[in-house]
Design a protein around this ligand. Structure first.
Ligand code: SF4
Ligand code: SF4
Ligand code: FES
Length: 367
């Protein structure tokens, strides 16, 4: 056991009953640097201010109740060492504040019902099988369960919800945790409402196409659920397996993107917009009244791009070639010509050789 060291915790305080504004308060703690930020907070509660509010239980990254932001980054307090937190601290003080994107109830406690649990309920978080149940239990192929294991690892801590950038601009976004949960049922062969679930999540303007691929949820998740990857899998199932054409242009955007890469080997930005509005088709995107209307509506964004120099007429119209773009076309063809989609489950790892894993990966699902 290492020797105890002094740390400063800078904790965000807020008590709605006091009438005071939220403010920062510094506390000194003395602990082994391998102990957690939660241990530090509990020492403050124990020795200095019993009124400090924090939600916690297991102290072992299992119950999911101690989510906070440490030096601005969402994390579990019990899963973050004081020594690690000190390395990213500003002016030596470890800043601890409540999670983001959720209303604060008191000090470090947020109202998870108002955001997180509401969204989980939104995705119908239970199986919806049809027909008579089997006489004994449902038998599920092992590969099918491997496919959903990653999303099942979620402990509902809300840390990804706290970090999500899309939720910051659209509080109605269903969000990373609930969408990862949705994949748990979409990927389960016992569920008989896969298409309805996908259609619902694709059509919702705050659904699967509201994620901006920022990777923040993947970076902070303490259980490697990789919520963004689950969202991408929902999109793949919706577009490739069910051909769901949604009013959010998600289908068109994805199809336009893939078709452009197939044709040119690199992204032709000027073509992407009309194709996205035309269900992937350039002609439809330039002739159908609905698509043309959307194109016209997006002109101010294009003008802003031109004004800032992000887009130039030359770049937009004369799509510049990349030196090795024919290799991308080659990769595309290799993948496209396969009999079935191979998705590797990167979550489950084993001691098996690469060849064995490759054989198991086929049909087992993931990323
Ligand atoms: S990748 Fe998507 S779901 Fe994840 S944090 Fe970013 S916007 Fe949110
Ligand atoms: S996906 Fe990860 S970060 Fe999000 S609630 Fe589940 S365990 Fe927590
Ligand atoms: S106290 Fe249970 S996850 Fe931190």
């Amino acid at each position: 056991m290492a020797e105890a060291q002094d740390f400063t915790l800078k904790i965000r305080r807020f008590d709605p009953e006091s009438g005071e504004q939220a403010h920062w308060q510094d506390f000194g703690v003395e602990l082994d640097p391998d102990r957690s930020v939660l241990d530090g907070i509990l020492q403050v509660k124990d020795r200095e201010d019993a009124s400090l509010a924090i939600r916690c239980s297991c102290r072992a990254a299992i119950c999911g109740s101690c989510g906070v932001r440490i030096n601005g980054k969402s994390a579990l307090a019990c899963n973050t060492r004081l020594s690690d937190a000190k390395q990213t601290a500003f002016n030596g003080a470890i800043a601890v504040e409540p999670m983001g994107n959720m209303p604060v109830i008191k000090d470090l406690i947020v109202d998870m019902d108002a955001v997180h649990w509401k969204k989980i309920q939104r995705v119908v978080p239970w199986l919806l099988p049809e027909g008579d149940p089997p006489e004994r239990e449902y038998i599920v192929p092992a590969e099918a369960m491997i496919d959903v294991t990653q999303s099942m690892a979620c402990i509902q801590c809300g840390v990804c919800v706290s970090a999500c950038l899309s939720l910051e601009v659209d509080p109605e976004f269903i969000g990373p945790a609930a969408l990862a949960k949705a994949y748990r049922f979409v990927g389960d062969p016992r569920d008989d409402h896969t298409e309805e679930r996908l259609r619902d999540l694709a059509e919702d303007p705050h659904g699967i196409y509201d994620c901006t691929h920022c990777f923040a949820c993947i970076e902070v998740c303490p259980k490697d659920v990789a919520p963004m990857s689950q969202i991408m899998r929902l999109r793949r199932r919706a577009t490739a397996d069910f051909g769901i054409k949604d009013s959010n242009n998600g289908y068109g955007h994805e199809k336009g993107f893939v078709d452009i890469i197939e044709k040119w080997g690199t992204l032709h930005e000027a073509q992407l917009l009309p194709r996205s509005f035309g269900d992937g088709s350039m002609i439809k995107g330039q002739t159908e009244p609905g698509a043309v209307k959307q194109l016209v509506e997006s002109l101010p964004t294009a003008f802003r791009g031109l004004k800032s120099g992000k887009i130039t007429p030359r770049k937009a119209l004369l799509h510049p070639k990349l030196p090795d773009q024919k290799n991308v076309k080659h990769i595309y063809k290799e993948v496209h010509d396969r009999d079935k989609r191979i998705e590797l489950n990167l979550y489950i790892v084993s001691e098996n050789s690469v060849e064995e894993e490759g054989a198991q990966g086929e049909g087992s699902g993931e990323n």
